[in-house]
Write a protein that binds this ligand. Sequence first.
Ligand code: ADP
Ligand code: MG
Length: 624
Amino acid sequence: MSDIIQLLPDHVANQIAAGEVVQRPASVVKELLENAIDAKATHIKLIIKEAGKTLIQVIDDGIGMSVTDARLSFERHATSKIKNAEDLFQLNTKGFRGEALASIAAIAHVELKTKQEKDEVGTEIKIEGSDVISQEVCVTPKGTSISVKNLFYNIPARRNFLKSNSVELRHIIDEFHRVAMVHEDIKFDMYHNGSEIFSLPVANHRQRIVHIFGAKTNEKLVPIDEETDLVKIIGFVCKPEFAKRTRGEQFFFVNNRFIKSAYLNHGVNSAFEGLLKEKTHPSYFIYLTVDPKSIDINIHPTKTEIKFDDEHALYAMLRSTIKHSLGQFNVAPILDFNRDASMDTPYEYKSKMVKTPTIEVDRSFNPFKEDKKDNIPSTSKNYTDFKKESAGSWENLYAGLDTSEISSKPIENDFSSIEFESSEVTGSLFTADQEAELEHHTTYQLRRKYIITTIKSGMVIIHQNRAHHRVLYEEVLRNITMASAVSQQLLFPLKLSFSSQEIRILKEVQEHLENTGFVFGDITDTDVSISGIPTATTESEVSVLLEKLINDIEQEVPDSGFSLTDLLARSISGSIAVKTGIDLAKEQQQHIVNSLFACTEPTITPDNKPTFITLTVDDIDKKF
Ligand code: ADP
Ligand code: MG
């Protein structure tokens, strides 16, 4: 048979990459601004026409490019910013994948003019859909100007998918703010359809924020400032009386990158506990500096998530720093009757190493929070039906096992008992008998992160968070598609405030959410009332869950019904899956193990990460 595999031509590869890098005009703005900053610009101009649909131009006075570099910059994986893998861990630059310009040039008409200081003349290059149309010598000032015209001209589906000009412009302005807020030492100007909409002189942090958000912001800001071995925190929170009904002005920057973190957001909110009017959200502008080695920046260019090594400590520190500042600036805590006294003396912690906090956040996290007897009836229906369908498929996992042997003589400490357990379960997951049965295959929890259990051929190490993510993902997905979810009625409907943009997104997915167990009451332009929630969640998680969901939808811009369902299931299950760091009781561990191996696809999370590994006796023998 003849060979059938071919390498994709570059322009196709670039178009595919562009799908990831460039979701909308704002993505182009972000990439171009970041390149200008990396080029050490001191003055950056952003010029937009029709919300970026016809023109996005960035002009900088940075180091510019040589003739060769100018041409190379549009090649995929062409970057001046890393030379080897080591560099990845000490990044001081914004970009490093060398994909942005290649991707943008694949889906737009691009004109580049650039000149280095030492050169007499510069270079001008025109590219359309990855084809170089012309390359000429030109007269241009030091620095670089890149114009991106007719974005997505060759991908009509994408172009049609763009939202109204006001929505796209909003996204562009958001990106502009996020970049400008951390580079107060650079002058920025922004124009839209010929009029200047921002002119930001070189300033300090506070002035920059005031220039962006308006003069009246100044009196609202309370500075925060703290430094420990783990993190340096500076920035501002707004005084509680200025809290807003929408979550508009909430910014975290980590090492000068804008990030989103529902968890840290919760930390900030908790510092405001008792100080805010109902349904209001504090504004904040918080800059964290941490050792780059202690974070895992999701190197996907459009994502803003980040993983911290010690998220809990960060949370605690953020909370106490803000509490302290609010107290010091006399905005504290007349209303805060049940404040945590240990948080009132934050001074000593400069000298102390940070302890893992014993705090807050619904650590007792949902699915298992209730007494198991209460917990079971609501979810067992789903789990059991589900297990029946898929019972058996888990066995394929253990291809190495002699299955005939398993079925003829069941072995304790083996997953063969799972099938028995899952097919038996009907009304309640743990009857006395079954509990006795479960005891047989002992599980252990390692470092509040892994669940360890044995199988015939050795041992299995299960990642508790990922495993649970998989289990819940399948459950939520099934609920969405079959509209089979059970919901828990809230005694008092929950009222949550959102921006109009967020409300719009929620309305788009309302029906799906209802299938997972949400029951919505009134939805106005600013508020959503919720009278029922999925059984696997708790009331206190709901706002974080929805916030994360909206964020995920904004980030991923799902473009078909199918991927939307998947995204919803992934996001919701990710929010409520039991986290690393949570102690699990034996029956909770076993419940996760059993449910995992009853899944259709137990080996990986919805994001394709492994959920468990096995270590065979052979592997172990080899170590001796
Ligand atoms: P990355 O930023 O990840 O390196 P890009 O595709 O964004 O990849 O840019 C490719 C290269 O082009 C950069 O590494 C840089 O050397 C050069 N470059 C891009 N924009 C500019 C600019 N405004 N000024 C100077 N050099 C630039
Ligand atoms: Mg770049």
